[in-house]
Design a protein. Structure first.
Length: 316
């Protein structure tokens, strides 16, 4: 795979998703044999020749000007991440900066980030490689994904888990909404370095083993998510709604720390506290009555607050 061909794949995929009326062209009559815009239409709107644009899609022209890229981004209705991705594809994987970034990649997690994982307990936190391999995790971070700890360490990958592990669809109540973003993140990574052997291997595996991944991969959508909220239906601690932040770990060539956080004194915080106990071996996963333990903890919390409120009113 080369960045020239990757540029062409990206342009063709995004062209197919734009309707003529989206860019002010008449829809016409009859059935269009080409989904989305035709090459000729994109070329005219971008102010380039049809031959030149065709060469771009075929990977034979790999150095369009910034002005042409900006015009294509406007016509193809790219968002900010996708617009930047378009420029990144043209920079080329052989640039000195890209080569330096490759040399800086490591799977070793420094002591500092490991100490941070410990300090964040009971909130789930883990560190992943640029291809989402789990390199380190605190107890609740590992226990957050049922069955992940049972997988060989070298196969513990969040994207692989989401698409191939049987527990994933039950863990995420909104699995269908989650997976497009997961694929879109890998698409962005692949565009930045399409020849990365670890990424090529992971994508190849998922395309073969997951029809849903293969379908979403062909859409060529991009997403670089740094924060958000996710719902979980965990088999041991029940429903949780957790906010999260994703942060780059400096000088690692792509490692990220993912932290889910909760407000102390809430049912979600009680749930992650139980996850921490499960991950630490203080509680056993799958024990009957664990859900009742959660409910009892929540009830005790409410009763404690009520007693405190009554005592405060009496003092007044």
């Amino acid at each position: 795979m080369t960045n020239g061909s990757e540029l062409g794949i990206f342009l063709k995929a995004r062209r197919a998703q734009v309707r003529p009326e989206d860019v002010g062209l008449p829809a016409g009559v009859g059935i269009r044999r080409t989904p989305g815009l035709r090459r000729e239409e994109v070329a005219i709107l971008a102010g380039v020749s049809v031959d030149y644009y065709t060469r771009l899609e075929r990977g034979k022209e790999t150095n369009p000007s910034p002005a042409v890229l900006d015009a294509l981004a406007r016509i193809l209705r790219l968002n900010r991440d996708e617009h930047q991705h378009l420029h990144t594809l043209v920079e080329g994987a052989a640039s000195p900066a890209r080569q330096a970034e490759r040399r800086s990649r490591t799977r070793t997690v420094r002591d500092g980030p490991l100490l941070m994982l410990e300090a964040l307990r009971p909130n789930p936190a883990y560190i992943v490689s640029r291809t989402n391999d789990v390199l380190a995790a605190n107890p609740s971070g590992l226990a957050l994904f049922p069955g992940l700890a049972d997988m060989p360490a070298k196969l513990r990958n969040i994207t692989r888990y989401i698409f191939l592990h049987p527990a994933a669809r039950d863990l995420y109540p909104e699995w269908e909404k989650l997976v497009p973003k997961s694929v879109a993140f890998l698409r962005a990574r692949a565009g930045a370095d399409p020849d990365d052997p670890e990424l090529v291997q992971l994508i190849g595996e998922l395309v073969v083993k997951s029809k849903e991944f293969a379908r979403l991969w062909e859409r060529y959508e991009l997403c670089i998510v740094g924060q958000g909220t996710k719902d979980f239906q965990h088999p041991d601690v029940g429903a949780m709604t957790l906010d999260y932040e994703a942060m780059e770990v400096a000088h690692t060539g792509g490692q990220r720390m993912i932290v889910y956080y909760t407000v102390p004194g809430t049912p979600d915080h009680d749930a992650v506290t139980l996850l921490d106990m499960i991950g630490s071996g203080l509680l056993a996963s799958g024990v009957d009555g664990l859900q009742h333990f959660v409910q009892d903890a929540e009830r005790d919390l409410v009763e404690s607050r009520d007693r405190a409120r009554v005592a405060d009113e009496e003092e007044r």
